[in-house]
Design a protein around this ligand. Structure first.
Ligand SMILES: Nc1ncnc2c1ncn2[C@@H]1O[C@H](COP(=O)(O)OP(=O)(O)O)[C@@H](O)[C@H]1O
Ligand SMILES: [Mg+2]
Length: 619
C-alpha cells in the first residue's frame, strides 16, 4: 500500500507507462512470469522448513518410516526449489534486462530527435543536454530493468510472505508487523527528501558536465593565460557540490535500510518476547514449527523491505530523469507544433504565395531583446524602424563590436525568434514560414564558423542541396575558387579528405572561414549571409575573395557583415549600426560624404591596406 501511495509521487513514470506502446512493454511478460515463479518458490521455503521441524517434533530416534518419507519429500522439494530458483531467477533477470536495453535505445533515439528539433534559442546548456542524453537515459534504463525487477520482487515477496504469515498466525502477524506500519510515514518523509536531493543532484551533474565541457573547449586558453587555478577551482566547486548532494542522497538511502532492519528486528523481538516467552500470542495449537517458520518469514521479508532503500533511489532517479527528458521532448514538440502551424511548409508553397512585387525582406518596427539569463547581464536592445532588402542586391552591415550586426542577421535567418508582423519575406510574415523553408532559401556563414569533426569533403557534402532548381548553385570548382581554399587543400596530406578535429580545430581561423564560405556557396540559396567572414584572412586573399564573391553571386542577394570597409564598399547599400540602431545608410560614396566617422575609418583602413600591400610585396 505504501508503495502504491508512493507511486502517486511519480507522475513521469506514470506518463511513461501510459505513453509507451503497451505492445513493447508486453515483452516484459515472460520475465515477470519467471519472477513470480521465483517469488512463489522463495516464499515457500520457510514453510517447508517448518514442515521439516514439524516432522521431527516429538520424534524419537531412530525415525519411523512415515517421518523418513516426510523428510525425503521435504528434501526433494528443497532440491527442486533450489534448481527452480536458479533457473527462474536467471531467466527473470535476462528477460527483464534485455527489454530494458531495447527501451533504453529507443529513449535515447527519441531524445536525440528531440535535440535536433529544439529551437536554436533553447534554454539548456550543452552540458545539461549531454547529461540528459547520457546519464538520464541510463537512469531510465536502470529504472525500467532493475526497478521493475525490484518492484515486483518486493511486492511479490511481501504479499506471499504476508499470506503465509497470516495463515500461520493472524495475531502474531499483526503484532510483529505493527512496527512496520509505523515506519511508513517516516519512509514517506525521507523519500520526499531523497526526491528533492536527487533532483538537485542530477541538475548539479548537468552543471558539472557543462563546466568540464566549457573548460575543455577553452583548453587552448590555458597555454596562453594563467587560468589553470581558476579552472580547477570552478571544476572543484562543481564537483564538490555534486559530491555533497550525492553523499546526502546516499545517507538517506542507508537510513531507510537501517530503519527497515531495525523494525524487522523489533518484530522478531516481539515474536520471541511475547510469542514464545510469555506464550501469549501463539495459538495453543501452534507448535515450534510455526514459530520457526514465522521467524524465517520475518527474516525473508527483510530482504525485499531493505531493497526499498535501494529501490527508492532507482525509482526516484528514473522519475527525475524522465522529468528532465520529457522537458526536452516537450519543448521540442512545442517548437514542432509552432512550426507545423505555420502556413508555409515548403519551398513550393513559398514560391506560390510569395509576391514578387513585395520586397525580398522587409523589417518594420522591430524591437528585440535577449532573454536575460543572469541578473547582471547587461541589456542590449535592437530597434530597427525600417529595413528593406531587395532581391539580387548586395548589402553591407558595418558597425562597432556589439552594435547588433550579428543579432540582426540572426533574426533575418531565423536563428532568433521574432514577433508577428515585424519581418516579412516577399509579403509573407516570417512567423508564417517554417524554419526549414528559410534554411532552404538562405545560406549563412556564421561568425563562429562551426564545422563537424569529419573530413572537409563531408563537411561540404553533408549540407543538403535538395531544393528545386530555384536558387543558383555554384559548381564546386567555382565555389572553391571564391573561397581561395585550393592552395590550403593542396598542402594537406589527405587534401579534401583530411579529417578535421573537433569543431574543425586543426584548421586555422582563416581556413575555417574560407571553408564556411565554400560550404555556403555550394548551396542552392536565394540569399547568402556572411557574418564577419574574412576577419581572419590575410589582405591579399581577402581582396581575391571579395572580387570573386561579387562576380560569382551576381544574381544572388548578399548580406555582408564586416569590419573591413573594402569588403563592403561595392555593396548597393551599406547600413551603419550603433547601439542596436541603424544610424545611417547609403552607398559607400554617399556614406563617405554623409558620415564623418565612416569616412575616417575608411581612410584609416585604406592607409593600412596600402601598408599591408607594401609589406606583402616585400616579403
Ligand atoms: N545570446 C545572447 N544573449 C544575450 N546577449 C547577447 C547574446 N548575443 C549577443 N548579445 C549581446 O548583444 C549585443 C550585440 O551583439 P552582436 O549582435 O553579436 O553584435 P555585433 O555582431 O555587432 O558585434 C552585445 O552587446 C552582446 O552582449
Ligand atoms: Mg558579430
Amino acid at each position: 500500500m505504501a508503495y502504491i501511495a508512493l507511486m502517486k509521487n511519480y507522475p513521469n513514470v506514470r506518463r511513461f507507462l501510459k505513453e509507451y506502446p503497451p505492445k513493447k512493454l508486453s515483452i516484459y511478460f515472460w520475465g515477470i512470469l519467471c519472477l513470480i515463479v521465483t517469488i512463489v518458490i522463495h516464499s515457500s521455503i520457510p514453510l517447508i522448513t517448518g514442515r521439516l521441524i514439524s516432522a521431527l517434533e516429538d520424534q524419537a530416534f531412530p525415525l519411523n518410516t512415515a517421518t523418513k518419507d516426510e523428510l525425503s519429500h521435504v528434501a526433494t522439494y528443497l532440491l527442486l526449489a533450489a534448481v527452480g530458483l536458479i533457473i527462474f531467477r536467471t531467466l527473470s533477470r535476462v528477460l527483464i534486462f534485455i527489454p530494458g536495453r531495447q527501451i533504453e535505445s529507443e529513449v535515447r533515439e527519441s531524445m536525440y530527435q528531440s535535440l535536433l528539433q529544439l529551437p536554436p534559442s533553447s534554454q539548456w546548456t550543452s552540458g545539461d543536454l549531454i547529461s540528459t542524453g547520457t546519464n538520464d537515459v541510463t537512469s531510465v534504463r536502470v529504472m525500467i530493468s532493475m526497478g521493475v525487477l525490484h518492484v515486483i520482487n518486493t511486492f511479490g515477496m511481501i504479499c506471499f510472505c504476508l499470506y503465509h504469515m497470516l495463515n500461520l498466525s493472524v495475531r502474531l502477524s499483526l503484532y510483529s508487523l505493527i512496527p512496520l506500519i509505523l515506519v511508513v510515514p517516516l519512509t514517506k518523509v525521507i523519500s520526499n527528501k531523497m526526491m528533492a536531493t536527487g533532483r538537485k543532484n542530477q541538475k548539479l551533474l548537468g552543471n558539472l558536465t557543462e563546466v568540464i565541457r566549457e573548460h575543455f573547449r577553452a583548453h587552448a586558453l590555458m597555454a596562453v593565460f594563467p587560468v589553470y587555478n581558476s579552472i580547477i577551482k570552478r571544476v572543484d566547486k562543481a564537483n564538490t557540490d555534486y559530491a555533497n548532494t550525492a553523499e546526502k542522497f546516499m545517507t538517506l538511502r542507508v537510513f531507510i535500510m537501517f530503519m527497515v532492519s531495525l523494525v524487522t528486528g523489533i518484530g522478531i523481538y516481539i515474536l520471541l518476547r511475547y510469542g514464545l516467552i510469555k506464550n501469549d500470542l501463539i495459538d495453543q495449537t501452534a507448535g515450534i514449527a510455526t514459530v520457526v517458520s514465522f521467524m524465517l518469514y520475518l527474516w525473508v521479508i527483510q530482504g525485499p523491505l531493505r531493497a526499498a532503500g535501494f529501490l527508492l533511489p532507482l525509482l526516484q532517479r528514473g522519475e527525475i530523469s524522465l522529468e528532465r527528458l520529457y522537458k526536452v521532448q516537450d519543448a521540442a514538440k512545442e517548437a514542432q507544433v509552432i512550426e507545423e502551424a505555420r502556413l508555409i511548409h515548403s519551398r513550393e508553397e513559398f514560391d506560390k504565395r510569395s509576391q514578387d512585387s513585395e520586397p525580398f525582406i522587409e523589417i518594420k518596427d522591430l524591437h528585440f531583446a535577449y532573454n536575460k539569463k543572469h541578473d547582471n547581464e547587461f541589456k542590449f536592445e535592437l530597434n530597427i524602424d525600417s529595413l528593406v532588402i531587395e532581391k539580387g542586391k548586395k548589402y553591407g552591415f558595418f558597425g562597432s563590436t556589439g552594435s547588433g550586426k550579428t543579432t540582426l542577421i540572426n533574426i533575418i535567418s531565423g536563428m532568433l525568434d521574432v514577433e508577428k508582423n515585424k519581418l516579412s519575406l516577399q509579403g509573407i510574415d516570417r512567423c508564417d514560414i517554417q524554419q526549414k523553408v528559410l534554411t532552404e532559401l538562405f545560406s549563412q556563414v556564421s561568425q563562429e564558423c562551426r564545422h563537424f569533426g569529419k573530413t572537409i569533403r563531408e563537411n561540404i557534402e553533408m549540407v543538403e542541396t535538395n531544393s528545386p532548381e530555384k536558387g543558383q548553385r555554384l559548381g564546386f570548382e567555382d565555389a572553391l575558387a571564391v573561397s581561395c581554399l585550393s592552395p590550403d587543400l593542396d598542402k594537406l596530406s589527405q587534401g579534401i579528405d583530411t579529417l578535421l578535429g573537433e569543431h574543425g580545430i586543426n584548421l586555422s581561423g582563416g581556413q575555417k572561414q574560407r571553408l564556411s564560405i565554400l560550404r555556403s556557396l555550394v548551396r542552392k540559396a536565394e540569399l547568402v549571409i556572411m557574418d564577419d567572414f574574412i576577419s581572419a584572412v590575410d589582405h591579399a586573399t581577402e581582396v581575391k575573395i571579395i572580387e570573386r564573391l561579387y562576380e560569382s553571386t551576381k544574381d544572388k542577394t548578399l548580406l555582408l557583415i564586416s569590419h573591413r570597409i573594402s569588403a563592403l564598399k561595392n555593396c548597393d547599400k551599406i547600413f551603419l549600426l550603433e547601439a542596436g540602431k541603424i544610424i545611417d545608410s547609403g552607398t559607400h560614396e554617399e556614406l563617405l560624404k554623409s558620415n564623418t566617422s565612416y569616412a575616417s575609418v575608411s581612410e584609416y583602413q585604406e592607409k593600412s591596406d596600402v601598408l599591408a600591400q607594401i609589406e606583402e610585396a616585400q616579403s
